[in-house]
Ligand binder design. Sequence first.
Ligand SMILES: [Zn+2]
Length: 267
Amino acid sequence: MAERTNRKGSPRNALRVYRYRGTISIMSIVPDFAVYACDVGSTFQNRFAWARIASSEPEQIEVCSDITVLARSIKDDFRARRSVALGFESPLFLPVPKSVKDLCHERQGEGNRSCFASTGAYVATLGLHEAAWILREIHTHGIGFTVARKDWPPRGTDPILFCWEAFVSGKAKARCKLHPRERSPRCDQCKRADQHDAATAVRAFATGALECAVTSESRISLIGAAAIWSKWIDPLAAIAALTDPVLVIKPALPAPVGSFAPVRGHE
Ligand SMILES: [Zn+2]
């Protein structure tokens, strides 16, 4: 096996390529991990959904609407020493521009889906609320929290929690034929559309190039605030956590129907 290195001689982890029996295997050299995406919505109205894909079974996407099953599943991954990439379909940071004329404007890359428009602002609040709850539930000593792009895919033996933002909009968004404009709390098709969006996000993260689709020059990080609050981050590192950039993944198309299935026991 030959490992490629960059100019400084350190392993180029994201692009590490090993030749093994004449074939190229990337999955085999990265430690075991699981990718999750949450479609942020009211749990009270049954509008929350999540999806999971594991590096050991990359062709299988599980979907579910139960937030407690999500927390349990992530804790099981940590117990199995798996790193976790956890995505939220809600703004994980807000821009803080230098100039007053740039206040209240969308983040670069959001298009007409500004985090300050009514839907964006609603989902940012709900996302912070649910992220804080989830992070507190899954808090595990010895596992490091990060949003730094350089930390994913994971390497080494210590599992990490990598948080990222999913931006599922436009053509990538699943539709309920009965409620094409606004999803309804009591509609099963809408519930499936929420799960479909989570599957689309998790699939885009697991199969894509992990290029950041939404940015800002300077920011306040909502996921950083949730991580400090839930004791994932030492208060001494708090300022960095509140200002670090977050990776945003924007799928172009929805995940193919049939590429995801309900978590067993939670159909
Ligand atoms: Zn519907």
